[in-house]
Design a protein around this ligand. Structure first.
Ligand code: NAP
Length: 249
């Protein structure tokens, strides 16, 4: 079996950029939920550059679909050496007005989805004494954000998951780290900007508070993930790296 990297939610945005950089050094599995043509475009781009990529549709919020995804990975003769839990959604609303559906949808995808993938991959990593897990959190999970109690809770939980797993798995040479992006220009970023009040606040923050004075790009996150899974970061585990242009300083 060949080792591979599984990136959840890799058909667009940050996940797509992560798949692109990780494919430079190992085969990648591009997971997506809805947009097959976007996922196939990522695969084509990687293959054009000489990389190996497999595309698998699975809703990470559904454990049975995650199990089937791992069956497909094994059937293709790969084992997941590097897991990037990137798939994530927002359903913003003030907590007082938030419906249970918005709460559960966000927790199921962002938190439970990450755990389901960990559960399916970690035994093989332990047996092979090698592995890397990266959880994509958010600065909302570290500092909170108005209208994002569900999202911030799911992302804060990922940092707890990261630190606990790092303590459990270090002796098996499996490292677990977390990346907490600030505002990154993706479809999710655009969704945030569609709220007029939030757009005004973000623009003010960019001009007045953001030390680097520009929003992040998916490549800014992908580069940090590439570093964390590389041997350059061999002595790092259980860490949360804020990649936000200095916004949370
Ligand atoms: N953009 C930001 O400003 C920002 C800031 C901090 C943290 N983050 C985090 O970074 C990660 C990526 O965000 P992004 O901005 O790149 O998002 P995005 O542009 O909205 O892309 C989300 C990706 O996740 C996939 N996805 C969503 N739900 C899924 C599910 N249940 N199962 C499998 N795949 C699913 C989507 O696939 P389909 O299109 O096929 O549904 C898509 O590939 C998320 O965890 C997000 O919370 C983003």
């Amino acid at each position: 079996m060949k080792k591979a990297a599984l990136i959840t939610g890799a058909s667009r945005g940050i996940g797509r950029a992560i798949a692109g950089v990780l494919a430079e050094s190992l085969p990648v599995v591009i997971n997506y939920r809805n947009d097959e043509s976007a996922a196939l475009a990522v695969q084509a781009e990687i293959r054009e550059k000489g990389g190996e990529a497999l595309v698998i549709r699975a809703d990470v919020a559904d454990y049975e679909q995650v199990r089937r995804m791992f069956d497909e990975i094994r059937a293709a003769d790969y084992w997941v050496h590097t897991l990037v839990n990137n798939a994530g959604i927002i359903r913003d609303q003030f907590a007082i007005m938030m419906g249970l559906d918005a709460w559960h949808a966000v927790i199921n995808c962002n938190l439970n989805g990450a755990f389901y993938c960990v559960r399916e991959s970690v035994q093989t990593m332990m047996a092979r004494r090698a592995g890397n897990i990266i959880n994509i959190s958010s600065i909302s999970g570290l500092h909170g954000q108005v209208g994002q109690s569900n999202y911030a809770a799911s992302k804060a939980a990922l940092t707890g998951l990261t630190k606990s797993l790092a303590k459990e798995l270090g002796r098996f040479n499996v490292r677990v780290n977390c990346v907490a992006p600030g505002f990154i220009e993706t479809d999710m970023g655009a969704e945030l900007l569609s709220n007029e009040k939030m757009a005004k606040l973000l623009e003010l923050a960019r001009q007045e508070l953001l030390p680097l004075r520009r929003w992040g790009k998916p490549a800014d996150i992908a580069g940090v993930v590439q570093f964390l899974v590389s041997s350059q970061a061999a002595y790092m585990t259980g860490q949360v790296l804020e990649v936000d242009g200095g916004l949370s300083l």
